[in-house]
Design a protein around this ligand. Structure first.
Ligand SMILES: [Zn+2]
Length: 327
């Protein structure tokens, strides 16, 4: 089975009930990967992993949060940051239209949700991406929210967990998207100096500028079984190097075998794996109380608006261009 087939499979929903007479709608489903009939309740209890073949279906950001955090502990941060359209971009549809459609489809303001939460009683800063929002692409707002999450974790001395799912940089914001790779990476370097653990979970698919920045910079990188992880798509690579790629290229398992990630963990075991690792590297006394650790940060007014940040970047670029002309 090629990557293309895996991709296609993942997009097929398992929730669709089989078209068999007498089977109540929604109680039984057919797995698109193994074709077996699965009990919907088991499927959901198993966090949308097929109980028969272990196929991992995509989760929304909200479903992912539910699978990871202790119930009722999530406090969202920076939900008010919304994307601007600095290039007035238009392809098949305008960037504004893409944003509006994604907001409606996902009920999310952007492709990443960040916030404080507890994982088995330990306070962490968590960022979760949603592939259903313009392919989980990283524009100014995604980059800014990730950066702020990293900075909050650095300041509050809490671990940072990011669950990635992304098509890479958001082309509709051009260079502003590419800037986010440097920005998030710089923030993570500061977190590292503070010696706070950083864990990423790479889910299907994690590609492009996200793989090439914050997703690959963690202390521990966990992949979900079968997830596509890579930079450029396999077809472009084959065309460029004029060679056939090996079987299973760019799956989490392939990445593990080649030293790009640290482990491949089944979704139902990810929460406890993260929690066990944190218990190993951070003493239990570091389990801070949510309110105490984050009070100051949460009460602080927002420093700046993403649009202002973009304007400053634009100014800086104009200055550089002028200087280059002058030289
Ligand atoms: Zn299955």
């Amino acid at each position: 089975m090629g990557i293309k087939d895996i991709l296609d499979l993942k997009q097929t929903k398992a929730e669709e009930p089989p078209k068999k007479k007498g089977v109540p709608k929604g109680i039984w489903s057919k797995c698109a990967a193994c074709n077996k009939t699965i009990y919907q309740k088991d499927f959901l209890k198993n966090l949308k992993v097929c109980p028969e073949c272990g196929f991992h279906y995509q989760l929304s950001a909200r479903e992912r949060l539910d699978s990871l955090v202790d119930p009722g502990t999530f406090e969202e941060t920076n939900s008010v940051l919304l994307a601007d359209d600095p290039l007035k971009f238009k392809a098949n549809k305008t960037y504004r239209e893409s944003l509006d459609q994604s907001k409606e489809k996902t009920a999310l303001p952007e492709a990443v949700v960040t916030g404080w939460s507890k994982i088995n009683g330990r306070l962490v800063m968590l960022g979760v991406m949603d592939f259903h929002f313009i392919g989980g692409t990283m524009g100014s707002v995604v980059g800014e929210k990730i950066t702020r999450a990293v900075e909050n974790a650095t300041e509050a001395e809490t671990p940072l967990i990011i669950v990635a799912a992304s098509g890479g940089a958001r082309m509709q914001e051009g260079m502003f998207s590419l800037m986010q790779m440097a920005k998030t990476s710089a923030a993570i370097a500061r977190l590292g100096k503070n010696r706070m653990p950083y864990i990423t979970v790479l889910t299907h698919p994690t590609t492009g500028g996200v793989t090439a920045s914050f997703a690959s910079l963690a202390d521990v990188i966990i992949g979900e079984p079968g997830a596509m992880i890579g930079f450029t798509g396999p077809r472009v690579i084959e065309q460029t190097i004029k060679q056939r790629l090996p079987e299973g290229f760019q799956t989490a398992e392939f990445m593990l075998e080649h030293g790009m990630i640290d482990m491949v963990i089944e979704r139902p075991k990810i929460k406890n794996t993260i929690s066990d690792y944190l218990d190993m590297v951070l003493p239990v006394s570091k389990k801070k109380d949510t309110k105490e650790a984050i009070k100051d940060i949460m009460n602080r007014p927002l420093l700046d608006d993403v649009n202002n940040i973009n304007k400053r970047i634009q100014k800086g670029i104009s200055k550089i261009q002028e200087k280059v002309k002058g030289d």
